[in-house]
Design a protein around this ligand. Structure first.
Ligand code: GLN
Length: 234
């Protein structure tokens, strides 16, 4: 259907996974965050109209996109080769590494991945944080059952506070936000050099191009900087 120019084709629905502050979260029942503001500002620069937002668990976003339930993913999603086989991405709009977050009581202060040996570790299902745990820790430093996979990072951080896991592996900007609001802290950063992009269907070249062009426009006109100020204080 990507070849048609019908009016309906210009209306798009976005999908996100709240619980990833400050990119997307619920505040007083309302969906807010950097991704929400940024995608809306970007779409304004295009011929498309955003009809609204749908909420999913993070690992359901790609299936929702592929099945046409949504047209674009805005969820702090890292552009990587694995995902690139199934979907396409806009130009990158944010950079991140992975943070190792612990309780701030100071009882456990790992300085490297090997210090996590034999400790229960948490991450969110389907994320690059989970991928790091699986590839760097499971079967080596920790057993399969010492890895705890959560539907969202809010539950993972909650379980860290409860003492059910001793560390959570999560994107740095989100780790910093949790650390500012909860008794947890970033113990060290594992450099992954990730870049976030908006996800679109493989056949949706027109939307992919429009989003990338919209991103350069909002970078040039100061909107992007305003939004990073608003959400990250940068
Ligand atoms: N950036 C990470 C990823 O793409 C986490 C995204 C998220 O949890 N919303 O997997």
């Amino acid at each position: 259907d990507s070849g048609s120019n019908g009016e309906d084709e210009q209306t798009i629905t976005a999908g996100t996974a709240p619980g990833f502050p400050p990119f997307e979260m619920k505040e007083g029942g309302e969906l807010v965050g950097f991704d929400i503001d940024l995608l809306e500002a970007v779409v304004e620069q295009t011929e498309y109209t955003l009809s609204g937002w749908e909420e999913f668990e993070f690992d359901s976003l790609t299936p929702a996109l592929v099945n046409d339930n949504i047209d674009v993913i805005a969820a702090g999603m890292t552009i990587n080769d694995d995902r690139d086989e199934t979907i396409d991405f806009s130009e990158p709009y944010y950079s991140s590494d992975q943070a190792i977050v612990v309780r701030s009581d100071g009882d456990f202060s790992p300085g490297s991945l090997s210090d996590l040996a034999d400790h229960p570790i948490g991450a969110q299902k389907g994320t690059t944080g989970e991928e790091e745990v699986q590839s760097e820790l499971v079967g080596d430093e920790i057993t399969e059952s010492q890895y705890n996979a959560y539907d969202n990072y809010v539950l993972a951080i909650q379980d860290l506070q409860n003492g059910n896991v001793d560390a959570v592996v999560i994107d740095v900007p989100v780790a910093n936000t949790f650390a500012a609001n909860r008794p947890v802290e970033v113990e060290f950063v594992y450099e992954t050099g990730e870049k976030f992009g908006f996800g679109v269907r493989e056949d949706d070249d027109a939307l992919q191009t429009a989003l990338s062009e919209g991103l350069s426009t909002v970078r040039e006109d100061g909107t992007y900087e305003e939004l990073t100020q608003k959400w990250f204080g940068e």
